[in-house]
Design a protein around this ligand. Sequence first.
Ligand code: G4P
Length: 525
Amino acid sequence: MSFESEIERRKTFAIVSHPDAGKTTLTEKLLLFGGAIHIAGAVKSNKIKKTATSDFMEIERQRGISVATSVMAFDYSGYKVNILDTPGHQDFQEDTFRTLTAVDSVIIVIDAAKGVEPQTEKLMNVCRMRKTPVIVFINKMDRPSEDTFYLLEEIEKQLQINTRPLSWPINSGPDFKGVYNIFNSSLQLFNPNVQEIDPGIKFENLNDPELEKQIGKKDADTLREELELLEGVYPEFDVNEYLEGNLAPVFFGSALYNFGVQELLDTFLKIAPTPRPRSSQERLIDPYEQAFSGFVFKIHANIDPNHRSRIAFVKVCSGTFERNKPYYHTRLGKTFRISSPTAFMAAKKEVIDEAYPGDIVGIPDTGNFIIGDTLTEGENLHFKGIPSFSPEMFRYIENADPMKSKQLEKGVDQLMDEGVAQLFTNQFNTRKIIGCVGQLQFEVIQFRLEHEYGAKCRFEPISMYKACWIESENKNMLREFKLRKAQKMATDKQGRDVFMADSQFILQMAQQEFKDIKFHFTSEF
Ligand code: G4P
């Protein structure tokens, strides 16, 4: 197969949702279609349940499993499908946000009874920022759901994206009869006892009395009415609007009963983008360029606690990645040969000889990679758009075992490289501060430091509202600011200046007073 056809058959995406909307169930059904797994329940375990906040053994066990399931690749109908898994638990949101930097499109799952939930909104904000094309799957139609028009309106309003239904449900809950597939004009009937794929009944014309025969007069009339209304309200589906991230096609179904999933997958494969060009600080990189380039978007450390093993996940952005070929690590200015890169076919890891744009390669690492690193064939490129999000919770981290200070330092260093949290050093008192997005991350850090590095730590409260990266062309003003705020100045791991604002009020005052200083809330600006 030619290099071009390899790129054109790749679809790299993530499925995201508010916890419990059905992401895991849908992922599993897609994997069943792809033949990547053969029994239901295989993906289930990759989920940190909300109740497990203090069950660290469980977290550990699941971390192990989640390496294999971090990327799930399979071949289906001539396509190479790469599904990137994202953690369900909201305390690991940062990991999800970073994974979204490595996908070409996203499927958002929404619970039909609950509609848009807080995490759906946050995830959509990230997609919107990056103009990532999004398909919406409204799940759990077998349960009593919100009114369909109401749901669509809610999505448009809260997710701030235009929608275009490509299927339409006939009732919900116990009366759920199925969906009418608008994309290919066919009726799919729902039968909770039969999970085989229904080929559907084609309709040339919706006035065909066959519709009454299948779903009864009342529902046939309603369906005709609603579809007429829909065609009046929504413009024709325009695939370019979807590809530009302005329009989300919407499907309805029930992942649990494997209903509506095949239509979703088939349409997804037809319309979802193949690997797209990507910006670097230097220039736009086209996937069809011959020279290989890629970036690290995730690091998974200490899968086997007996061997300090880490895997750096690299997204191939251009060219062909080849085993044992020398690649240039642009941050370190060094060349590396990767002798056992892995891919994640059919939910298991295997060594590969080559990979193409869109693919994810797992690189065994002994500490040379951090999130955001770029690999090339020699060109000095730095991929953009892999931000560190502004942490929302802060604690001082203190050594609780003076005999183990080296271990603590090393552990903290490596966990930060892995992107578990962010480390700041107060320039005034040199105390170390850990910034996280969720409370659970502090617990995970403490647990992992002890179990993987033999170090003990203690967290102490700190009154802090936000970490803001600051910069200014006005050097005098910057100097004055740093002097005035000396007790509140810190540096991040790369040595950049960070202002630790105590409260929103203090931050606003500072912004007003020091007008030439830019305050950034993510580390990429
Ligand atoms: P998540 O990954 O988004 O967190 O959700 P997950 O797939 O784990 O689904 C959450 C719960 O919703 C599960 O039930 C799952 O079986 C159920 N579910 C998913 N899709 C559907 C659907 O289409 N219809 C119905 N009725 N339920 C659905 P659970 O009881 O929490 O877990 P389990 O005990 O079944 O594993």
